[in-house]
Design a protein. Structure first.
Length: 203
């Protein structure tokens, strides 16, 4: 098997990026990039820790990531499964990366930087929804921000509803839990109860 083992080999294979691939990267939030952040209801959060890497979905009301200033973002941590994989990583290694998606839009937005977690009461209260503040807020300093062209979303037809799969075609959460726990948890009852439980614990 032939393996690429050096940057020199990689660059010889792919060549160097053109100006359109490099000029788009800056270290501050431009008005154009602000528009993407404010329109997005979803992102993927990548972190690193001693055990390895983690990538976690984050979704909320449109524009849920607050732009504090041109180099600082704030992301509330809403209720979830309490694994806190991403947060555990951030406490030990501040490096983070975000990938923003906007339904119907091909371009995505990538941001790399460093973060810490804040539990300052006034800040938490400022992110409250239905009177429920997040447990913590990720405060991120932007090191690099740039858009990613639409090729991946065009190839995948991600926003093409005709290509969407019915959930019943795949194992449900209850199915997976029951299989892995030998029936101790999950199953049909879990799937039936989840929508109501989630609605009560959304924020």
């Amino acid at each position: 098997m032939s393996i690429i083992s050096s940057v020199e080999q990689l660059e010889a294979l792919y060549g160097l990026p053109g100006e359109t691939s490099t000029v788009k990267e800056v270290d501050w939030i431009t008005p154009q990039y602000r528009a993407y952040i404010e329109a997005s209801p979803f992102l993927a959060l990548a972190t690193a820790g001693p055990e390895g890497l983690d990538c976690s979905p984050r979704g909320d009301l449109q524009g849920f990531v607050r732009i504090h200033d041109e180099r600082t973002l704030m992301l509330p941590d809403r209720r979830g499964n309490n694994r806190v994989d991403s947060l555990r990583n951030i406490v030990r290694d501040p490096r983070v990366a975000l990938l923003f998606l906007i339904p119907g839009v091909g371009n995505t937005l990538r941001i790399n930087g460093r973060a810490h977690l804040s539990i300052e009461p006034d800040l938490l209260d400022s992110f409250a929804v239905e009177g429920k503040p997040p447990r913590s807020v990720m405060v991120m300093q932007v090191d690099a921000i740039y858009f990613q062209c639409a090729r991946a979303l065009v190839r995948s037809e991600l926003w093409n509803s005709a290509r969407h799969r019915p959930p019943k075609d795949l194992p449900s959460a209850g199915d997976i839990l029951a299989a892995l726990s030998k029936g101790r948890v999950g199953g049909e009852a879990y799937d039936k109860e989840w929508p109501g439980r989630a609605a009560k614990t959304m924020w």
